[in-house]
Every structure is written in C-alpha cells, then in structure tokens.
Ligand binder design. Structure first.
Ligand SMILES: C[S@@+](CC[C@H](N)C(=O)[O-])C[C@H]1O[C@@H](n2cnc3c(N)ncnc32)[C@H](O)[C@@H]1O
Ligand code: SF4
Length: 423
C-alpha cells in the first residue's frame, strides 16, 4: 500500500517520512507558535466529482461521466463516510455550522444517495440547529424532477448553475442544458425551496453590455433570494486556455460590472461579497464562513480542508482522481497531502478572504481566526489606510472595524498584495 505523502511542518521541514502512518490528533495538539482562544466555527464541504461533460472553462475537480450508475454512487457515499470517520478525531466535540455539497454536479446523484449521505453525516457530526445544507444542481430536465426529493432528504438550499439564458452562449460554454431548461429549473427551485441561489457568469465570449442587461433582467425576474455572478476567467489547464475565445475588453467588462451592481441593487439584492448578492436573510452561511476564515473539513475527491488547533493550523487535500480517492478513503487514507501553513503565510490568507466582504469585518476576527496578534499586520494595515484602500473605524477600541473602501474593493488584488510580506 502506498503511504501518505509526508507532512510538512510549519518551518518547511518534513515532519514524518513515507513509512510513518499519518499523525493522529495528538500530533496537532502539541505546542506551536499560534494562539487560538477558541476554535473558529467549523463547516463541512462534501465534493461530488462527476459531470455529464467537462465544460471547456472549468478547472474544478470534475470528471465527465456518461451515466453515474447506482453501484458507483453507493461506493462513493461509502467512501465519503469512511473519509469522515477517519477525520472525526480532528474535529472531536465541535459543532458544524453549515454543509455544502458541491462539485462537479451533485444533482447527478439520486436523492436516495443524498439522503443516505446526510443521514450518515448527522449520525457522526453534531449539526447546529437550523444548519444550512446547500446542494449544487445543474438545470437538466431529469435533475429538476429531483429537487423536491433533495429537499425531503434534508437539503435546505439549492444552488443552480444557470450561467446564461442565451442558447448560443450556453453552447459556446459547452453546457449540456439550454435556456428553456434553466427557466424550468428556476421555477421549480422557487417552488420547492425557501432559499436558493442562481449562478451566472458574465464577460462571456462575444458578450456586449446590452446582452448582459438582458441576462440580468431574466435572472432578476425569477426574484432569486441569492445571486452569484462570476466574471468568466480563463484558467490554465482548461480547453479555453488552449483555444482562447474572443472575450470582451476590460472597459466593456467594467461597464458590465457597473450594470450588475446597479440592477441587482434596484431589485433589492445587496452585494455583500465580490461576486455575491442577496436579499436580507439569504446570505450564504457556508461561504461567509470561508470569507471569515472559519474552519472547514473537506471530504470527497480533491476536497481541501482547513482545521485549527490550539496552537497550529492544518491544511489538507484528498486524493483527486475519483477511483483513487474511493480506494484510499475506504482504507481510511483519503488525505493525499497535508501541511501546516507557516505563520508568515496566514495574514495574506486571511486578508484574501476577509477583504472580499463588502461591509468589512471586526478587526478582532484577525486574531480569532489566525491565532496571530494584530501587530503581525499593523504596518500593511497602516499602508492600506494611507493609500485610501481601507477604512479603519474605532481604532484602539474593542469595536475596531475594517472595511475595504470603494477604491480598495475595485483594486482588491493591490490591497491584498500589501499583506504578502506581513510577519
Ligand atoms: C464548479 S461549478 C459547480 C456547479 C455546477 N456544476 C455548474 O457548473 O453549474 C460552480 C460555479 O463556478 C462558476 N465557474 C466555474 N468555472 C468558472 C470560470 N472559469 N470562471 C468563472 N466562473 C466559473 C460557475 O458559475 C459555476 O456555477
Ligand atoms: S458542470 Fe460545473 S463542475 Fe462540471 S465541468 Fe461544467 S462548470 Fe465544471
């Protein structure tokens, strides 16, 4: 049996060699250089890695499969449960604030398999009362017929990947659904769920601001409680990176973003993160936990996790290829790689997430979520304020609050880059 890759300690040294079994929880409880007064909130991410067809722009861990047979679904759920069981000692006694079943295309799984998965999670992990449980769904016809059964299995929030309402654009994006199916899926989600999300992308190949305005009007007509609108990015290792389509120029993309903020606000959806818009009471608890640098256990093929211990932080990745993942997880060795980020990496990691929040965050969150003193980021914070990139309110009081200014939000990569060298 091939052992786990070595664990790399905070100073970059190898802490265990290939012959040593993965360290138990005691390993992470030993003294370190961070100081957590209490563990951050814990979320659970579950990755389901298959799609009917790989989209040419997608670099997520998704694998095309013509049909997902029942035996594969059952074996994958068994692997997830084994993965969770092996992880439990790392999160002992902690409650889960949200669950996100993402992909890939989780709606390819039968509701009965999702039901078994959720029952197994509940039996092993205490979920907070009212815990948000999101499932990502594609708008195919056979999937729409399952929405109510997903809700009956315990899913509380559906996230539907519409991307566009224009059939030509959907074809260019390599999507397997058309606009008619997307509309039917949204109507069904609105009937079956109290809260749900619509995913759109913009700055699509050949798209004009006028076309985007029509997309927005269609999306908003469904009165989605939550809307995520992503700027299409060309990711390395995708078909679009090899054969790049003609994309709108920067001026046009920025005109589109202005349209998005204006039309969503007029429809009562507040922008609360770079790409996320929601009505009052419908923000995504799971994503808010990521952006607030909370903890998350990630199970499933290629899933990432971040877990905090009293004096250290652990990052984990599972085996990426589904067959390898299933075989390893069933042996209790789902983790392919884990390491403890160095102290000096945490300020940038924290700021890259938290500064995405439009309303900002209480500054004490930095210490609560990184285990570092505020002094670790004071020089870059002062520089960011001097350049007009952040507003810093209540300085020196218990209610200190940090918020990106409009300029900081527009130039987020310049703002976060200031924290690269923070110690
Ligand atoms: C990983 S997908 C999973 C959801 C589902 N499989 C789907 O595609 O509808 C989550 C969302 O990420 C967004 N996304 C994926 N690749 C992207 C890219 N290259 N640029 C911008 N957004 C992207 C899409 O809006 C998609 O709905
Ligand atoms: S359906 Fe979603 S996850 Fe699957 S390949 Fe397309 S974008 Fe990626």
């Amino acid at each position: 049996m091939r052992p786990l890759p070595p664990v790399v300690a905070a100073d970059g040294a190898t802490a265990a060699d290939d012959e040593v079994p993965p360290p138990g929880p005691g390993h992470f409880l030993r003294p370190g250089t961070l100081r957590f007064a209490a563990p951050p909130p814990l979320a659970l991410y579950v990755h389901l890695p298959w799609c009917l067809k790989k989209c040419p722009y997608c670099d997520f861990n998704s694998h095309g499969i013509a049909a997902l047979d029942d035996a594969t679904q059952q074996r994958y759920v068994d692997a997830l449960v084994a993965d969770l069981e092996a992880s439990l000692p790392l999160v002992w006694g902690r409650r889960v604030v949200s669950v996100f079943i993402g992909g890939g295309t989780p709606s390819l799984f039968e509701p009965a398999a999702i039901d078994r998965l959720l029952a197994a999670l509940r039996a092993r992990l205490p979920l907070e009362p009212g815990c948000e449980i999101t499932l990502e769904a594609n708008p195919g016809t056979f999937e729409r017929a399952r929405f109510r059964a997903f809700r009956d299995a315990g899913v509380t929030r559906l996230s539907i990947g519409v991307q566009s309402f224009d059939d030509a654009a959907l074809q260019t994006l390599g999507r397997v659904h058309d606009a008619r199916q997307a509309r039917a899926a949204l109507a069904e989600a609105a009937e079956a769920f109290e809260t749900w999300n619509l995913d759109l992308m913009y700055a699509l190949p050949g798209q004009t601001p006028a076309q985007l305005a029509r997309e927005l009007a269609e999306a908003l007509a469904f009165e989605p409680p939550h809307l995520s609108i992503y700027h299409l990015t060309i990711e390395p290792n995708t078909l679009f990176a090899v054969q790049p389509p003609a994309l709108p120029d920067d001026d046009s993309a920025s005109e589109m973003l202005d349209l998005i903020t204006e039309r969503t606000a007029a429809a009562g959806l507040a922008r609360y993160e770079v790409s996320a818009f929601a009505r009052e009471g419908h923000r995504c608890a799971h994503n808010l936990n990521y952006w607030g640098f909370g903890d998350y256990l990630g199970i499933g093929a290629g899933a990432h996790g971040k877990l905090s211990f009293p004096e250290r932080v652990l990052r984990q990745v599972r085996w990426r290829e589904p067959a390898t993942y299933m075989a390893r997880a069933l042996e209790g060795r789902a983790v392919s790689n884990q390491h403890e980020p160095a102290r000096a990496e945490l300020p940038l990691e924290f700021m890259m997430n938290a500064l995405r929040l439009k309303d900002g965050f209480p500054l004490r969150l930095f210490t609560e979520r990184t285990g570092l003193p505020l002094s670790a980021v004071l020089p870059p914070l002062q520089r960011a304020r001097d350049r007009g990139l952040v507003a810093w309110r209540g300085e020196g009081t218990a209610d200190e609050w940090l918020q990106p200014t409009a300029r900081g939000f527009d130039f987020l990569s310049d703002l976060t880059a200031l924290f690269m060298a923070a110690r």
